[in-house]
Design a protein around this ligand. Sequence first.
Ligand SMILES: NC(=O)c1ccc[n+]([C@@H]2O[C@H](COP(=O)([O-])OP(=O)(O)OC[C@H]3O[C@@H](n4cnc5c(N)ncnc54)[C@H](O)[C@@H]3O)[C@@H](O)[C@H]2O)c1
Length: 349
Amino acid sequence: MKEIKIGLVGCGAVAPTHINSYKQIPGATVKTICDIKRDKAAAMAAKLGVPNFTENFTDMLNDPEIDLIDICTDHASHSPLAVAAMDAGKNVVCEKCLSNTLEGLDAMLAAHKKHPELVFSGIFQHRHEKANLLLKKLLDRGCFGQILNASVYLCCLRPDAYYSDYWHGKWNGEGGSVLITQVVHFIDLVNYFLGAPTSVVAQCDNMAHQGVIETEDNAAALVRYPNGVFATICGTSASAVDKGFNATVIIGGTKGHIELAAFRPVYWRFHDKQAEEEVAALMKDYHEETPPDPEKPHYGGAHPAQLADVVDAVRNHREPYVTVEKAAVTARLILSCYKSAKTGDWINL
Ligand SMILES: NC(=O)c1ccc[n+]([C@@H]2O[C@H](COP(=O)([O-])OP(=O)(O)OC[C@H]3O[C@@H](n4cnc5c(N)ncnc54)[C@H](O)[C@@H]3O)[C@@H](O)[C@H]2O)c1
């Protein structure tokens, strides 16, 4: 089995989740980690046992042994780093939400079109959760009948201190807030289940972080999908009573509906009794995968599954399960919500 060597850029909050995930993947090794803040890269390399660190991204691009660049930096730097990596002949996996601008997103997709032989995956790890994989199977089997609608509701608190770094809460850093950083995971699930949306109208406001963020802490959107299907989205990071990450996703069809809370089915009814039993059986033995970084349990336990798929895709020169093109559908929807919120217009996707 060919050893796949990884160079990871961005030694912040999410990086240990990635580094610990690769430790669980046979034939994958994080060779070098990089941060413009050299001391952060040095400290993380020492703590997590990575053999090399650098503050210079091009060191990893010039290393012929590195097969895969893993991007864990802020949203605004994703696009230039991904384009440079592909131009240097490296496969790429990039954290959500791909880019903070539509222009940045298009540049990433254009770079992949130029280098179609390279693997390029966008992280949406919840597509790899057991319950979501089963639901996708049931949808594809027609157990929901004709899909009618979907709904996402997220309620959490991000205190002022969360926004005190150099990029969160800024249009030119994060590119938005509650939609692009928190609600994005759940919108992506709806896109995973329903396919690519066709248009969106949205409203965004700053309700409780005035003077702290430029972006939104409260948002709502109505999204249209083909065949008259629509989804409602509502999310806030300004709720003082929800310090955790409280979210619900509901999918409704003519033959069944299901409600997920924190990625677990909590209520379901299907006309097809076999489907109902399959969900019940999953829930009977359900245990969440152990989060790879014990300090960040709210990121969930699905990063190892997605990164294992990406490593296997690189080794076997195949498409990853979450291609950048699929991840870009969700990124474009989110960025279009901001465009719509400025004008009040429907945006065609
Ligand atoms: N999938 C998930 O569940 C999940 C969870 C948390 C964060 N994320 C995503 O992960 C990404 C990183 O978030 P975070 O919270 O770890 O951010 P962070 O601010 O903690 O870390 C980002 C790091 O990147 C470094 N950096 C920025 N530009 C760089 C460059 N050009 N070269 C080298 N280093 C550079 C910064 O110095 C910083 O240390 C974001 O896209 C975020 O949305 C995903």
